[in-house]
Design a protein around this ligand. Structure first.
Ligand SMILES: [Zn+2]
Length: 346
């Protein structure tokens, strides 16, 4: 019988266009997340955007300090902090307390050493990101390692150079892939259609091509909901009206604003749904997705990772998350975990 290792991951950042207040949209809701998780002994992994941190260090050091203190607090209390990169911050301007970012750098593979203020290519970017986390956090815990990665906006493709760099820097895990998800507009794209149907797999050159050696891809849980089930979940969501954002957090999403019609279409007939703790998601939906995923792998033996994703900047549905954790804590097949708790042998 399989044991499901529930890994709750939070992309730790403000909005992708540089809007949103660091305290109200990032630090405070992340603290709230931790307080709720601690009630149940659940563990949180922050995928923290080091690119914006570097910019804050230069322009608003007091904000960088708050972020850094939050990393330290997480590491000291047995949660985790791992690497996330939003390279659009590498070419920025800062006027009247507002950031303008470079959407040509939205996708990690588009970073070249000559197209940003920092002079980084993909290699330097990942290397320096890892260094930043380790130099801060090894002071608190000598055994701390930056070993897991998630690309900003899921934009890891074309991934060969990124994977090569992660492997050469001794990263063990990538957790970017959301099976069946895909998206494309002028500046941003990802395509995880035809993902392997495994709970995890090793990758070398291609993120969707299982191999025998290399990095382990631990994907985000996605399921395809049944059409009626989806409708009932949607009705429940409308009735519950959980807040879509934290208190006092004002910000706009970056790229890829969908039209109202497309949003409605997606809501009614989604091709996939992620296991998401934020964005007004109800406890019922979180439990439905987790249960459906567990059903898929119930006959496996050993450990099955189950990665939940969410964003503190859209975390206002505290009660729903708490109810989900209460359910998970009482389920004997689920163990609250960090990526480092996984034994990742195929
Ligand atoms: Zn992100």
């Amino acid at each position: 019988m399989a044991t499901f290792k529930l890994i709750i991951s939070a992309d730790h950042e403000i909005f992708g266009n540089g809007s949103g207040d660091v305290m109200h949209c990032m630090v405070n809701p992340t603290n709230k997340l931790k307080v709720i998780a601690d009630k149940f002994g659940a563990k949180i992994t922050l995928f923290t955007d080091v690119c914006e941190y570097w910019v804050f260090e230069k322009k608003q050091p007091e904000l960088a300090k708050s972020i850094k203190n939050q990393w330290i607090d997480f590491i000291k209390s047995n949660h985790d902090v791992q690497l996330h990169l939003h390279p659009q911050w590498l070419n920025y301007s800062f006027n009247n307390n507002n950031y303008e970012l470079d959407y040509n750098l939205w996708r990690l593979p588009s970073v070249k050493s000559d197209n940003n203020d920092f002079g980084y290519g993909v290699k330097e970017l990942i290397f320096n990101g890892k260094q930043t986390l380790e130099s801060v956090l090894q002071k608190e815990n000598k055994s701390y390692k930056s070993y897991a990665f998630r690309a900003g906006g899921w934009c890891i493709q074309p991934e060969e150079k990124v994977l090569e760099t992660l492997i050469s820097l001794d990263f063990k895990i990538d957790s970017t892939v959301a099976p069946e998800a895909s998206y494309s507009n002028e500046k941003s794209w990802f395509n995880f259609k035809n993902s392997p149907q495994f709970p995890f797999w090793k990758v070398n050159k291609s993120i969707l091509q299982p191999t025998n050696t290399g990095l382990t891809e631990v994907p985000i849980v996605t399921i395809k909901p049944g059409i009626f089930q989806n409708f009932f979940l949607l009705v429940d969501k409308v009735l519950k009206k959980h807040p879509q954002k934290p208190i006092n957090c004002v910000g706009r999403a970056g790229l890829g604003k969908k039209s109202k019609l497309n949003k409605l279409k997606d809501a009614l007939t989604p091709s996939y749904k992620m296991l998401n703790f934020s964005d007004g998601t109800t406890a019922k939906e979180m439990i439905y997705i987790a249960s459906k995923y567990m059903k898929r792998f119930e006959n496996e033996t050993g450990e099955i990772p189950m990665v939940m994703i969410g964003h503190p900047k859209t975390f206002g549905n505290h009660e729903a998350f708490e109810n989900f954790l209460e359910w998970a804590a009482s389920n004997p097949k689920i163990e609250f975990s960090l990526y480092s708790d996984l034994k990742l042998e195929n």
